[in-house]
Ligand binder design. Structure first.
Ligand code: DUC
Ligand code: ZN
Ligand code: ZN
Length: 477
Protein backbone atom coordinates (compact mmCIF):
# COMPACT_ATOMS: atom_id res chain seq x y z
CA UNK A 1 0.00 0.00 0.00
CA UNK A 2 1.30 3.44 -0.88
CA UNK A 3 2.03 5.75 2.00
CA UNK A 4 0.84 8.63 -0.17
CA UNK A 5 -1.89 8.99 -2.77
CA UNK A 6 0.00 11.81 -4.38
CA UNK A 7 3.38 13.51 -4.15
CA UNK A 8 4.22 16.98 -5.39
CA UNK A 9 7.89 16.68 -6.24
CA UNK A 10 10.79 19.06 -6.51
CA UNK A 11 9.07 22.41 -6.00
CA UNK A 12 9.78 25.27 -3.65
CA UNK A 13 7.22 25.03 -0.86
CA UNK A 14 6.27 28.48 0.37
CA UNK A 15 4.40 29.24 3.58
CA UNK A 16 3.83 32.42 5.54
CA UNK A 17 6.95 31.54 7.53
CA UNK A 18 9.51 30.21 5.06
CA UNK A 19 10.43 28.73 1.67
CA UNK A 20 11.82 25.17 1.49
CA UNK A 21 12.84 23.01 -1.42
CA UNK A 22 11.04 19.72 -0.69
CA UNK A 23 8.38 17.24 -1.75
CA UNK A 24 4.84 17.23 -0.40
CA UNK A 25 3.24 13.89 0.44
CA UNK A 26 -0.55 13.77 0.43
CA UNK A 27 -2.85 11.05 1.75
CA UNK A 28 -6.64 11.21 1.94
CA UNK A 29 -6.58 14.88 1.03
CA UNK A 30 -4.26 15.82 3.89
CA UNK A 31 -0.58 16.81 3.80
CA UNK A 32 1.12 13.94 5.64
CA UNK A 33 4.79 14.57 4.93
CA UNK A 34 7.20 17.28 3.81
CA UNK A 35 10.65 16.00 2.89
CA UNK A 36 12.98 14.73 0.20
CA UNK A 37 12.64 11.57 -1.84
CA UNK A 38 8.91 11.04 -1.29
CA UNK A 39 7.15 8.84 -3.84
CA UNK A 40 3.70 7.70 -4.87
CA UNK A 41 1.93 6.20 -7.85
CA UNK A 42 0.83 9.70 -8.79
CA UNK A 43 3.50 12.35 -8.90
CA UNK A 44 3.18 15.99 -9.88
CA UNK A 45 6.44 17.40 -11.17
CA UNK A 46 6.84 20.83 -9.58
CA UNK A 47 10.48 21.45 -10.49
CA UNK A 48 11.00 25.14 -11.12
CA UNK A 49 7.61 25.95 -9.62
CA UNK A 50 6.38 27.55 -6.41
CA UNK A 51 4.15 25.34 -4.28
CA UNK A 52 1.99 27.68 -2.23
CA UNK A 53 -1.08 27.37 -0.02
CA UNK A 54 -4.21 27.87 -2.08
CA UNK A 55 -5.59 31.34 -1.52
CA UNK A 56 -8.37 32.12 0.91
CA UNK A 57 -10.66 34.79 -0.44
CA UNK A 58 -12.23 36.02 2.75
CA UNK A 59 -14.39 38.72 1.20
CA UNK A 60 -16.49 37.86 -1.82
CA UNK A 61 -20.17 38.15 -2.63
CA UNK A 62 -21.57 35.00 -4.20
CA UNK A 63 -25.21 34.40 -5.10
CA UNK A 64 -26.08 37.36 -2.90
CA UNK A 65 -29.03 39.65 -3.34
CA UNK A 66 -28.01 43.24 -2.75
CA UNK A 67 -30.03 45.50 -0.47
CA UNK A 68 -31.29 47.08 -3.72
CA UNK A 69 -32.60 43.69 -4.91
CA UNK A 70 -29.92 42.91 -7.49
CA UNK A 71 -28.53 39.36 -7.84
CA UNK A 72 -24.82 38.87 -8.22
CA UNK A 73 -23.88 37.28 -11.54
CA UNK A 74 -21.96 34.47 -9.88
CA UNK A 75 -23.51 31.59 -8.06
CA UNK A 76 -21.49 29.05 -6.11
CA UNK A 77 -20.71 27.09 -9.28
CA UNK A 78 -19.28 29.91 -11.36
CA UNK A 79 -17.83 31.79 -8.39
CA UNK A 80 -15.96 28.79 -7.02
CA UNK A 81 -14.77 27.76 -10.51
CA UNK A 82 -13.36 31.21 -11.03
CA UNK A 83 -11.69 31.14 -7.62
CA UNK A 84 -10.08 27.76 -8.30
CA UNK A 85 -8.77 28.90 -11.67
CA UNK A 86 -7.06 31.81 -9.93
CA UNK A 87 -5.36 29.63 -7.31
CA UNK A 88 -7.89 30.14 -4.53
CA UNK A 89 -9.05 27.06 -2.63
CA UNK A 90 -11.32 28.53 0.05
CA UNK A 91 -13.92 31.26 -0.24
CA UNK A 92 -15.71 33.01 2.59
CA UNK A 93 -18.73 34.78 1.11
CA UNK A 94 -21.59 36.27 3.10
CA UNK A 95 -24.90 35.02 4.40
CA UNK A 96 -26.61 38.39 4.21
CA UNK A 97 -29.51 39.28 6.47
CA UNK A 98 -32.04 41.78 5.20
CA UNK A 99 -34.43 43.65 7.50
CA UNK A 100 -36.83 41.42 9.38
CA UNK A 101 -35.13 38.17 8.45
CA UNK A 102 -34.12 35.47 10.89
CA UNK A 103 -30.37 34.99 10.79
CA UNK A 104 -30.82 31.24 11.10
CA UNK A 105 -33.08 31.19 8.04
CA UNK A 106 -30.66 33.36 6.11
CA UNK A 107 -27.88 30.88 6.82
CA UNK A 108 -30.06 27.95 5.75
CA UNK A 109 -30.88 29.81 2.53
CA UNK A 110 -27.21 30.38 1.70
CA UNK A 111 -26.44 26.74 2.36
CA UNK A 112 -29.09 25.83 -0.20
CA UNK A 113 -27.39 28.19 -2.65
CA UNK A 114 -23.98 26.59 -2.14
CA UNK A 115 -25.06 22.98 -1.84
CA UNK A 116 -24.24 20.85 -4.85
CA UNK A 117 -22.52 23.73 -6.62
CA UNK A 118 -19.20 24.71 -5.05
CA UNK A 119 -16.05 23.12 -6.46
CA UNK A 120 -13.90 24.31 -3.54
CA UNK A 121 -14.52 24.61 0.19
CA UNK A 122 -16.38 27.53 1.69
CA UNK A 123 -17.34 29.13 4.98
CA UNK A 124 -19.74 31.99 5.61
CA UNK A 125 -19.50 35.35 7.30
CA UNK A 126 -22.81 36.67 8.53
CA UNK A 127 -24.06 40.12 7.55
CA UNK A 128 -26.11 41.52 10.41
CA UNK A 129 -28.36 44.36 9.33
CA UNK A 130 -31.21 43.88 11.80
CA UNK A 131 -29.72 43.24 15.25
CA UNK A 132 -32.93 42.56 17.14
CA UNK A 133 -33.00 41.06 20.62
CA UNK A 134 -33.70 37.65 19.13
CA UNK A 135 -30.81 37.96 16.69
CA UNK A 136 -28.26 39.10 19.28
CA UNK A 137 -29.68 37.17 22.22
CA UNK A 138 -30.13 33.80 20.54
CA UNK A 139 -29.38 33.44 16.86
CA UNK A 140 -25.95 35.06 16.60
CA UNK A 141 -24.51 33.30 19.69
CA UNK A 142 -25.86 29.93 18.54
CA UNK A 143 -24.53 30.45 15.01
CA UNK A 144 -21.08 31.36 16.33
CA UNK A 145 -21.02 28.01 18.13
CA UNK A 146 -22.09 26.30 14.90
CA UNK A 147 -19.11 27.69 12.97
CA UNK A 148 -20.23 31.12 11.74
CA UNK A 149 -17.77 33.05 13.87
CA UNK A 150 -17.48 36.33 11.96
CA UNK A 151 -20.00 39.00 11.02
CA UNK A 152 -19.91 42.08 8.85
CA UNK A 153 -21.76 45.21 9.80
CA UNK A 154 -22.30 48.34 7.72
CA UNK A 155 -22.18 51.96 8.80
CA UNK A 156 -23.75 53.03 5.51
CA UNK A 157 -26.48 51.99 3.02
CA UNK A 158 -30.10 52.67 3.98
CA UNK A 159 -31.10 49.04 4.21
CA UNK A 160 -27.99 47.80 5.97
CA UNK A 161 -26.56 50.49 8.19
CA UNK A 162 -26.39 50.19 11.95
CA UNK A 163 -26.34 53.19 14.23
CA UNK A 164 -23.63 53.38 16.87
CA UNK A 165 -25.76 51.84 19.59
CA UNK A 166 -26.65 48.88 17.36
CA UNK A 167 -23.01 48.48 16.40
CA UNK A 168 -22.04 48.49 20.08
CA UNK A 169 -24.57 45.75 20.74
CA UNK A 170 -23.19 43.60 17.93
CA UNK A 171 -19.63 44.18 19.13
CA UNK A 172 -20.57 43.33 22.72
CA UNK A 173 -22.19 40.07 21.62
CA UNK A 174 -19.13 39.25 19.53
CA UNK A 175 -16.90 39.91 22.52
CA UNK A 176 -18.95 37.68 24.81
CA UNK A 177 -19.02 34.82 22.30
CA UNK A 178 -15.55 35.26 20.79
CA UNK A 179 -16.47 36.29 17.24
CA UNK A 180 -14.79 38.69 14.79
CA UNK A 181 -16.65 41.77 13.55
CA UNK A 182 -15.82 43.22 10.14
CA UNK A 183 -16.92 46.78 9.46
CA UNK A 184 -17.84 48.57 6.24
CA UNK A 185 -16.70 51.96 7.44
CA UNK A 186 -18.17 54.94 5.60
CA UNK A 187 -20.19 57.77 7.15
CA UNK A 188 -23.71 57.43 5.80
CA UNK A 189 -24.92 60.98 6.35
CA UNK A 190 -21.83 62.48 4.75
CA UNK A 191 -22.34 60.30 1.65
CA UNK A 192 -26.06 61.13 1.49
CA UNK A 193 -25.48 64.85 1.91
CA UNK A 194 -22.72 64.97 -0.68
CA UNK A 195 -24.87 62.91 -3.06
CA UNK A 196 -27.78 65.34 -2.70
CA UNK A 197 -25.53 68.32 -3.35
CA UNK A 198 -23.91 66.72 -6.39
CA UNK A 199 -27.28 65.76 -7.88
CA UNK A 200 -28.58 69.31 -7.32
CA UNK A 201 -25.63 70.53 -9.36
CA UNK A 202 -26.49 68.05 -12.11
CA UNK A 203 -23.39 65.98 -11.38
CA UNK A 204 -24.81 62.55 -11.94
CA UNK A 205 -22.27 60.54 -13.93
CA UNK A 206 -20.25 57.63 -12.45
CA UNK A 207 -17.22 59.81 -11.74
CA UNK A 208 -19.15 61.63 -8.99
CA UNK A 209 -19.48 58.39 -7.04
CA UNK A 210 -15.91 58.98 -5.87
CA UNK A 211 -16.69 62.50 -4.67
CA UNK A 212 -19.81 61.36 -2.83
CA UNK A 213 -17.89 58.57 -1.09
CA UNK A 214 -15.23 60.99 0.13
CA UNK A 215 -12.10 59.71 1.85
CA UNK A 216 -13.05 61.83 4.86
CA UNK A 217 -16.28 59.84 5.20
CA UNK A 218 -14.26 56.64 5.24
CA UNK A 219 -11.77 58.10 7.72
CA UNK A 220 -14.45 59.21 10.17
CA UNK A 221 -16.29 55.90 10.09
CA UNK A 222 -13.04 53.95 10.43
CA UNK A 223 -12.16 55.95 13.50
CA UNK A 224 -15.66 55.47 14.88
CA UNK A 225 -15.59 51.71 14.34
CA UNK A 226 -12.24 51.54 16.11
CA UNK A 227 -13.56 53.63 18.97
CA UNK A 228 -16.70 51.53 19.40
CA UNK A 229 -14.59 48.35 19.45
CA UNK A 230 -12.20 49.93 21.94
CA UNK A 231 -15.07 50.91 24.24
CA UNK A 232 -16.42 47.36 24.15
CA UNK A 233 -12.97 45.74 24.32
CA UNK A 234 -13.08 43.58 21.21
CA UNK A 235 -11.04 43.12 18.01
CA UNK A 236 -12.36 44.66 14.82
CA UNK A 237 -11.43 44.33 11.17
CA UNK A 238 -11.96 47.23 8.77
CA UNK A 239 -12.76 45.83 5.34
CA UNK A 240 -11.93 47.20 1.86
CA UNK A 241 -9.64 50.00 2.99
CA UNK A 242 -9.16 52.39 0.07
CA UNK A 243 -6.34 54.73 1.03
CA UNK A 244 -4.35 56.95 3.32
CA UNK A 245 -7.12 58.40 5.48
CA UNK A 246 -8.40 55.05 6.77
CA UNK A 247 -4.94 53.51 6.95
CA UNK A 248 -3.76 56.31 9.22
CA UNK A 249 -6.61 55.57 11.61
CA UNK A 250 -5.83 51.85 11.65
CA UNK A 251 -2.12 52.49 12.19
CA UNK A 252 -2.96 54.91 15.01
CA UNK A 253 -5.09 52.25 16.71
CA UNK A 254 -2.39 49.62 16.28
CA UNK A 255 0.18 51.95 17.83
CA UNK A 256 -2.14 52.25 20.83
CA UNK A 257 -2.08 48.46 21.09
CA UNK A 258 -5.67 47.94 19.99
CA UNK A 259 -6.49 44.72 18.13
CA UNK A 260 -7.50 46.44 14.90
CA UNK A 261 -7.03 44.74 11.54
CA UNK A 262 -7.27 46.05 8.00
CA UNK A 263 -8.18 44.48 4.68
CA UNK A 264 -7.65 45.83 1.20
CA UNK A 265 -8.42 44.61 -2.31
CA UNK A 266 -7.04 44.80 -5.88
CA UNK A 267 -9.24 47.74 -6.85
CA UNK A 268 -7.36 49.99 -4.42
CA UNK A 269 -4.00 49.06 -5.92
CA UNK A 270 -4.82 48.90 -9.61
CA UNK A 271 -7.76 51.28 -10.26
CA UNK A 272 -8.24 54.98 -9.60
CA UNK A 273 -11.16 57.39 -9.53
CA UNK A 274 -10.14 58.42 -13.06
CA UNK A 275 -11.37 55.03 -14.28
CA UNK A 276 -14.88 56.11 -13.30
CA UNK A 277 -14.45 59.11 -15.59
CA UNK A 278 -14.32 57.02 -18.76
CA UNK A 279 -16.63 57.77 -21.66
CA UNK A 280 -20.36 57.55 -21.18
CA UNK A 281 -21.49 54.79 -18.88
CA UNK A 282 -18.18 52.90 -19.15
CA UNK A 283 -17.05 54.42 -15.84
CA UNK A 284 -19.73 52.35 -14.06
CA UNK A 285 -17.54 49.27 -14.53
CA UNK A 286 -15.10 50.66 -11.96
CA UNK A 287 -17.60 51.72 -9.30
CA UNK A 288 -17.35 50.16 -5.88
CA UNK A 289 -17.55 51.37 -2.31
CA UNK A 290 -15.36 52.76 -0.99
CA UNK A 291 -14.21 53.92 -4.42
CA UNK A 292 -10.72 53.61 -5.89
CA UNK A 293 -8.91 56.88 -5.20
CA UNK A 294 -5.67 58.17 -6.78
CA UNK A 295 -2.05 57.16 -7.36
CA UNK A 296 -0.91 58.64 -4.03
CA UNK A 297 -3.52 56.58 -2.21
CA UNK A 298 -2.52 53.47 -4.16
CA UNK A 299 1.03 54.02 -2.90
CA UNK A 300 -0.27 54.24 0.69
CA UNK A 301 -2.18 50.98 0.27
CA UNK A 302 0.97 49.29 -1.03
CA UNK A 303 2.83 50.65 1.95
CA UNK A 304 0.13 49.35 4.30
CA UNK A 305 0.57 45.87 2.85
CA UNK A 306 4.35 46.10 3.06
CA UNK A 307 4.54 47.36 6.63
CA UNK A 308 1.79 45.13 8.02
CA UNK A 309 -0.79 47.78 8.92
CA UNK A 310 -3.07 45.90 6.50
CA UNK A 311 -3.08 42.14 7.00
CA UNK A 312 -5.63 40.75 4.58
CA UNK A 313 -5.84 40.97 0.80
CA UNK A 314 -9.23 39.84 -0.48
CA UNK A 315 -11.08 40.45 -3.73
CA UNK A 316 -14.39 41.95 -2.50
CA UNK A 317 -15.68 40.20 -5.64
CA UNK A 318 -19.09 41.85 -6.10
CA UNK A 319 -20.04 40.73 -9.58
CA UNK A 320 -22.67 42.97 -11.13
CA UNK A 321 -22.55 42.65 -14.88
CA UNK A 322 -22.24 45.71 -17.09
CA UNK A 323 -25.44 44.91 -18.99
CA UNK A 324 -28.64 43.07 -18.20
CA UNK A 325 -31.42 43.15 -15.65
CA UNK A 326 -29.18 42.85 -12.57
CA UNK A 327 -26.27 44.81 -13.99
CA UNK A 328 -24.79 48.25 -13.61
CA UNK A 329 -27.39 49.62 -16.01
CA UNK A 330 -30.37 48.06 -14.19
CA UNK A 331 -31.73 51.57 -13.57
CA UNK A 332 -30.90 52.68 -17.14
CA UNK A 333 -27.68 53.46 -18.99
CA UNK A 334 -27.97 57.08 -17.93
CA UNK A 335 -28.80 56.31 -14.31
CA UNK A 336 -27.39 58.75 -11.76
CA UNK A 337 -24.39 57.34 -9.90
CA UNK A 338 -26.21 56.58 -6.65
CA UNK A 339 -28.53 54.19 -8.53
CA UNK A 340 -25.69 52.12 -10.01
CA UNK A 341 -24.78 48.83 -8.33
CA UNK A 342 -21.60 49.05 -6.28
CA UNK A 343 -18.95 46.46 -6.79
CA UNK A 344 -16.30 45.04 -9.10
CA UNK A 345 -15.25 41.46 -9.83
CA UNK A 346 -11.80 40.14 -8.91
CA UNK A 347 -11.97 36.60 -7.54
CA UNK A 348 -9.83 35.00 -10.24
CA UNK A 349 -7.23 37.71 -10.71
CA UNK A 350 -6.69 38.66 -7.05
CA UNK A 351 -3.65 36.45 -6.54
CA UNK A 352 -1.93 36.99 -9.92
CA UNK A 353 -2.31 40.78 -9.63
CA UNK A 354 -0.71 40.87 -6.19
CA UNK A 355 1.97 38.36 -7.13
CA UNK A 356 2.91 40.26 -10.26
CA UNK A 357 2.93 43.78 -8.86
CA UNK A 358 3.81 42.87 -5.28
CA UNK A 359 6.22 39.94 -5.30
CA UNK A 360 7.78 40.34 -8.75
CA UNK A 361 8.55 43.98 -8.10
CA UNK A 362 10.16 43.18 -4.74
CA UNK A 363 7.59 45.08 -2.69
CA UNK A 364 6.45 41.93 -0.90
CA UNK A 365 8.29 38.77 0.05
CA UNK A 366 6.80 35.42 -0.83
CA UNK A 367 6.03 34.98 2.87
CA UNK A 368 4.11 38.25 2.96
CA UNK A 369 2.22 37.23 -0.17
CA UNK A 370 1.12 33.93 1.37
CA UNK A 371 0.26 35.54 4.68
CA UNK A 372 -1.79 38.31 3.05
CA UNK A 373 -3.67 36.02 0.70
CA UNK A 374 -4.19 32.89 2.81
CA UNK A 375 -2.61 32.36 6.23
CA UNK A 376 -3.80 35.48 7.98
CA UNK A 377 -7.37 35.07 6.83
CA UNK A 378 -7.30 31.48 8.12
CA UNK A 379 -6.15 32.72 11.51
CA UNK A 380 -8.51 35.68 11.69
CA UNK A 381 -11.55 33.62 10.72
CA UNK A 382 -10.93 30.38 12.59
CA UNK A 383 -9.77 28.11 9.78
CA UNK A 384 -6.11 27.72 10.74
CA UNK A 385 -4.26 25.33 10.54
CA UNK A 386 -6.72 23.26 8.50
CA UNK A 387 -6.50 25.94 5.81
CA UNK A 388 -4.02 28.66 4.89
CA UNK A 389 -0.73 26.78 5.13
CA UNK A 390 1.16 23.75 3.88
CA UNK A 391 1.96 21.70 6.98
CA UNK A 392 1.59 18.14 8.12
CA UNK A 393 -2.05 17.72 9.10
CA UNK A 394 -3.37 20.57 6.95
CA UNK A 395 -5.76 20.06 4.06
CA UNK A 396 -3.79 19.66 0.83
CA UNK A 397 -5.12 22.93 -0.61
CA UNK A 398 -2.27 23.95 -2.85
CA UNK A 399 -1.62 26.18 -5.84
CA UNK A 400 1.40 25.45 -8.00
CA UNK A 401 2.71 28.60 -9.59
CA UNK A 402 4.80 29.36 -12.63
CA UNK A 403 6.43 32.57 -11.43
CA UNK A 404 7.58 33.44 -14.97
CA UNK A 405 4.31 32.91 -16.83
CA UNK A 406 3.11 36.06 -18.58
CA UNK A 407 -0.65 36.34 -18.92
CA UNK A 408 -2.68 39.14 -20.43
CA UNK A 409 -5.94 39.27 -18.52
CA UNK A 410 -9.12 39.26 -20.57
CA UNK A 411 -12.71 38.51 -19.68
CA UNK A 412 -12.72 35.74 -22.29
CA UNK A 413 -10.22 33.66 -20.29
CA UNK A 414 -11.92 34.05 -16.91
CA UNK A 415 -14.31 31.51 -15.42
CA UNK A 416 -16.77 33.80 -13.68
CA UNK A 417 -20.15 34.74 -15.07
CA UNK A 418 -19.29 38.36 -15.68
CA UNK A 419 -19.33 40.31 -18.92
CA UNK A 420 -16.30 42.45 -18.12
CA UNK A 421 -13.19 42.63 -15.99
CA UNK A 422 -11.83 45.98 -14.84
CA UNK A 423 -8.36 44.56 -15.52
CA UNK A 424 -8.90 43.84 -19.24
CA UNK A 425 -5.63 43.99 -21.17
CA UNK A 426 -3.34 44.12 -18.13
CA UNK A 427 -0.36 41.79 -18.40
CA UNK A 428 0.81 40.05 -15.25
CA UNK A 429 3.82 37.85 -14.59
CA UNK A 430 3.19 34.74 -12.51
CA UNK A 431 0.15 32.50 -12.69
CA UNK A 432 -1.14 29.41 -10.87
CA UNK A 433 -0.92 26.48 -13.29
CA UNK A 434 -2.43 23.80 -11.04
CA UNK A 435 -4.86 24.08 -8.12
CA UNK A 436 -5.49 21.26 -5.69
CA UNK A 437 -8.28 21.14 -3.15
CA UNK A 438 -7.92 18.46 -0.47
CA UNK A 439 -5.43 16.71 -2.74
CA UNK A 440 -7.70 16.69 -5.79
CA UNK A 441 -6.75 18.61 -8.91
CA UNK A 442 -9.55 21.10 -9.39
CA UNK A 443 -7.94 23.23 -12.08
CA UNK A 444 -5.11 22.50 -14.47
CA UNK A 445 -3.75 25.03 -16.95
CA UNK A 446 -6.95 27.03 -16.81
CA UNK A 447 -9.26 24.06 -17.17
CA UNK A 448 -11.50 23.51 -14.17
CA UNK A 449 -11.94 19.78 -13.78
CA UNK A 450 -13.72 19.52 -10.45
CA UNK A 451 -17.32 18.41 -10.14
CA UNK A 452 -19.79 20.94 -8.76
CA UNK A 453 -20.72 19.98 -5.22
CA UNK A 454 -17.35 18.57 -4.19
CA UNK A 455 -16.65 21.67 -2.11
CA UNK A 456 -17.67 21.33 1.53
CA UNK A 457 -18.83 23.78 4.14
CA UNK A 458 -16.16 24.69 6.69
CA UNK A 459 -17.42 25.44 10.17
CA UNK A 460 -15.07 28.08 11.58
CA UNK A 461 -13.48 27.93 15.02
CA UNK A 462 -13.35 31.10 17.06
CA UNK A 463 -11.00 33.61 15.39
CA UNK A 464 -7.59 33.71 17.09
CA UNK A 465 -7.70 37.41 18.11
CA UNK A 466 -11.20 37.05 19.53
CA UNK A 467 -10.29 34.24 21.92
CA UNK A 468 -8.56 36.43 24.49
CA UNK A 469 -10.83 38.70 26.55
CA UNK A 470 -9.66 42.34 26.46
CA UNK A 471 -10.72 45.06 28.81
CA UNK A 472 -13.37 47.47 27.64
CA UNK A 473 -14.44 50.66 29.39
CA UNK A 474 -16.80 48.74 31.67
CA UNK A 475 -13.95 46.56 32.93
CA UNK A 476 -11.85 49.46 34.02
CA UNK A 477 -14.30 51.42 36.15
N1 DUC B 1 -19.35 46.78 0.06
C1 DUC B 1 -18.80 45.61 -0.16
O1 DUC B 1 -18.28 45.02 0.78
N2 DUC B 1 -18.79 45.07 -1.36
C2 DUC B 1 -19.36 45.67 -2.49
C3 DUC B 1 -19.94 46.95 -2.27
C4 DUC B 1 -19.90 47.45 -0.91
O2 DUC B 1 -20.38 48.52 -0.64
ZN1 ZN C 1 -18.62 46.68 2.24
ZN1 ZN D 1 -17.85 43.37 -0.11
Amino acid sequence: MNVFDLVIKGGTVVTGADSTHCDVGIKDGIVTALGDGLDAATVIDARGRLVMPGGIDSHCHIDQVSSGGLETADDFASGSRSAAAGGTTTIIPFAAQHQGQSLREVVADYHRRADGKAVIDYAFHLIISDPTEAVLGQEFPALIKDGYSSAKIYLTYDALKLDDRQALNVLATARREGAMVMVHAENHDVIEWLTEQLLLQGKTSPRYHAAAHAAAAEREATHRAITLAEVVGVPVLIVHVSGREAIEQIAWAQRKGLPVYGETCPQYLFLTADDMDRDGFEGAKYMCSPPPRDAANQACVWQGLENGVLQVFSSDHAPYRFSGRDGKAAAGADAPFQKIANGVPGLEVRLPLLFSEGVRTGRLSLQQFVDLTATRAARLYGLYPRKGTIAVGSDADIAIWDAERKVTISQAMLHDNMDYTPYEGRTVTGWPTLTLSRGEIVCSEGEVTAAPGRGVFLPCDLPEPARARRPGVLDTC
